[in-house]
Design a protein around this ligand. Sequence first.
Ligand code: 3AL
Ligand code: ZN
Ligand code: ZN
Length: 445
Amino acid sequence: MASFDLIIKNGQIVTEDAIVQGDIAIKNGKIAAVGNSLEGNADKVIDAKGLHILPGLIDTHVHFNEPGRTEWEGLETGSRSLAAGGVTSFVDMPLNSTPPTINKKNLDLKKSLAEEKSIVNPYFWGGLVPENIDDLKELHENGVLGFKAFMSPSGIADFSNVDDETIFKGMNEITSVGSFLAVHAESTVICDQLAQKKQKEGKTSARDFVESRPIISEIEAVRRILSYAEATGCRLHIVHASSRKVVEIIEEAKQRGVNITVETCPHYLSLTVKDLEEKGGLAKCCPPLRDEEEVEDLWVAVANGEIDVIASDHSPAPASMKKIEGNFFEGWGGISGAQSTLNILLTEGYFKRNIPLEKIVALTATNPAKLFGLSNKGTIAAGYDADLAIVNLDESFELKEEDLFYRHQHSPYVGMTFKGKVKTTIVNGEIVFDNGHITKELTNA
Ligand SMILES: NC(=O)N[C@H]1NC(=O)NC1=O
Ligand SMILES: [Zn+2]
Ligand SMILES: [Zn+2]
């Protein structure tokens, strides 16, 4: 008789194609078999009757800030928060850590820290900045999944935004090494000019801040980078589109054959300018939150298959930097939310707007795996890595600060009631989170 390390019995197994009841057998970190009434011995059996089993989420957009800015977050606390949210892999952004991931030396440093401290699978973005075109090839050869650039100032001194010439040269180089470019697309000129005018007039409310970074600024930047992509043939990924109006431009480009994809984030699907006014700095991010109609429209884009990836853009900072008294142009822009991605998509998407679970799986696991070349991940089938989230869709809970595993226990989602709770998270066949607790001890910590 076959022998396995773990069998999960009678769960509702969700893939991008279907939901079927069955068993999952795991051996040596891989899914060995999926089927009905699987026979075999196992060291451990989980009864998943009444529970849903999803491919572990792949969060392709986090800033864990290690090395160099671990007082904001870190690979250990960041990865623990992901485990608690059913996320089994992440792709860490090249900035907010110091040094930023813009050459092999800095990548090696981050890799070794992640090896030591992360309890989920770590992957990395490389940065594209005006100074490092000559480093891109080596970064690619050393395993970065793609490259990230900022079209407007990043807020971080050692990660410059790209000028148009760098974009063009960078795209040529990225294409020739066989990788792709992700961009933070906001217009420097539009945002800077509007911000200056507002502040000169003493207009510094939450609404003023939002109006200084309008949707048209995203549209301008996306149109410009699209032209460069079409001129160079470089594959392009637009991160954190805040509005369907941005998504539409990308959709048109897809229709004419441009190799482009788009990400949005849970905060653009669940929070509005009103929340920014009420919650203050905790809900400040760039691009900023939009109005309610935009949120609804973005859900239409999700339902229509116009979005490729949903990722958290977890970009936390200490509470002191998120506290805004008066001037909304001050204080850190970045949402602390990586632990709640699935909760938001289930509550706001599946339960409230009838978004199928299969689609949520596609956006958070299957598409990211395909687009980022993680060929053993993103679905539940024999031969794939045993990265799984076991979820109780019947359980509701109110998110409390003490539930958060981040370095700083704050988030704009605290106080919200979510339906659908992550019960168990499995990474490479190992249970790392179970019933509210992290169960993986770091051997070398
Ligand atoms: N540097 C950084 O993390 N910036 C992020 N924060 C945010 O709100 N948008 C971003 O791009
Ligand atoms: Zn960004
Ligand atoms: Zn980001």
